[in-house]
Design a binder for this molecule. Structure first.
Ligand code: B12
Length: 315
């Protein structure tokens, strides 16, 4: 479906909906990273995330997500904020401090789709935020939001990597933006800083071996976390590879860099309960604490494990 919508209009709708980064790209081009993704799976880097294997073939063709798809509007939501460790308090990755980003971003993408529908009544849309087999980072790089860093995070040269990605697929042909260009150069701060050596070389690139990643073990599989990875530093997710990234350090000459968010949906709603309180939560108390938040993904039993690692050093 052809459309006469301009890039400015799409950017305005997405910014009005609360997104910080916006870009448009083709959704029909083959994915440059498809074979890399297959090799990543073949080496077992996905650990227990078997849904990623099931998604492998679906991911190759976005028609499986939205039949007749032509374009992708890709958005980024900045969640940069200070998050210093506080003794006795849980260490939670920044992306999970506020409301559940899946819900927040899907609602905002629905608003963008509604605005666009008023100009293109016959167009169809599908919003995806980790909810469909989609190479979100490759689409985002194609749409100009950023480039793949060695940490595998998508990095925007002006804004760093503290942004979440959402994709709005449509069967309308929309004017594409320019893909991102950039790179880490010789910097390998993230590789050196990762306490478990989870960023590993694969072919001529870097990738994350989830079997070694604190984020994986604390979010996806707290039951199986091997003793040698129980660092106790992080109780849910991990931000180390992003904290050390120079693109996330504010620079006077580049004021946009890693600007902290003022978006209430991504900021903590109040003080977190202490580690001691969480350890003694009933299931009902845990339920109330995690409702509407991404931290819920680890489950009640998972959270128990995340706050009671045997070699935990904090009270
Ligand atoms: C599974 C998953 C994980 C796994 C595996 C992480 C990983 N690095 O692969 C675990 C649980 C460890 C994880 C952790 C985190 N995750 Co995660 N995760 C995902 C998920 C659902 C799928 C990623 C995946 O398939 N990985 C497998 C690798 C091989 O695929 P890929 O990352 O897409 O890599 C591409 C490139 O390597 C590319 N490639 C190779 N060669 C070439 C060549 C060219 C030219 C190109 C263009 C591409 C390319 O091929 C792949 C396909 O394109 C995505 C959402 C999504 N649907 O994409 C979120 C996502 C990647 N995660 C996200 C976040 C925020 C995190 C954490 C920061 C959370 C936290 N604080 O704990 C950490 C970061 C750890 C890290 N350094 O990656 C964000 C990243 C945003 C960003 N700016 O990059 C995403 C996009 C979710 C979102 N909607 O915003 N995550």
């Amino acid at each position: 479906m052809t459309s006469s919508i301009t890039s400015d209009v799409i950017h305005r709708f997405a910014e009005d909906a609360g997104f910080d980064l916006v870009g448009v790209c083709s959704a029909t081009e083959p994915f440059a990273g498809l074979n890399f993704y297959r090799s990543w799976l073949a080496r077992g880097n996905h650990a227990g995330m078997n849904y990623l294997v099931q998604h492998a073939e679906l991911k190759a063709n976005l028609d499986s997500v939205l039949p007749g798809v032509r374009s992708a509007i890709v958005v980024g939501a900045n969640y940069a904020q200070p998050n210093p460790p506080t003794p006795g308090m849980p260490r939670i990755a920044r992306y999970a401090l506020g409301r559940d980003y899946h819900r927040v971003m899907r609602k905002r993408l629905a608003q963008v789709a509604k605005e666009l529908s008023s100009l293109m009544p016959n167009a169809r849309f599908r919003a995806c935020v980790d909810s469909a087999p989609v190479f979100e980072r490759e689409l985002a790089s194609r749409a100009g939001l950023g480039w793949f860093g060695k940490s595998t995070m998508l990095i925007n040269s002006h804004r760093g990597s503290w942004f979440l990605i959402g994709v709005l697929l449509t069967d309308a042909d929309l004017p594409p933006d320019r893909p991102s260009e950039g790179g880490c150069g010789t910097c390998q701060s993230c590789i050196d800083a990762c306490p478990t050596g989870a960023i590993v070389q694969m072919e001529d690139r870097w990738s994350v071996d989830a079997r070694k990643c604190i984020s994986y073990w604390t979010i996806e599989d707290p039951a199986g976390r091997p003793p040698e990875l129980r660092t106790a530093e992080w109780n849910f997710g991990c931000d180390i590879c992003q904290e050390v990234c120079p693109f996330n350090s504010p620079r006077e000459h580049q004021p946009l860099r890693a600007r902290d968010t003022v978006d209430q949906d991504f900021l903590p709603r109040g003080p977190e309960p202490s580690l001691a309180t969480i350890r003694n939560f009933t299931e009902g108390q845990w339920d109330a604490w995690t409702r509407g938040r991404a931290i819920r993904r680890a489950g009640f039993a998972g959270w128990r494990r995340n706050v009671t690692a045997p070699d935990e050093t904090r009270p």
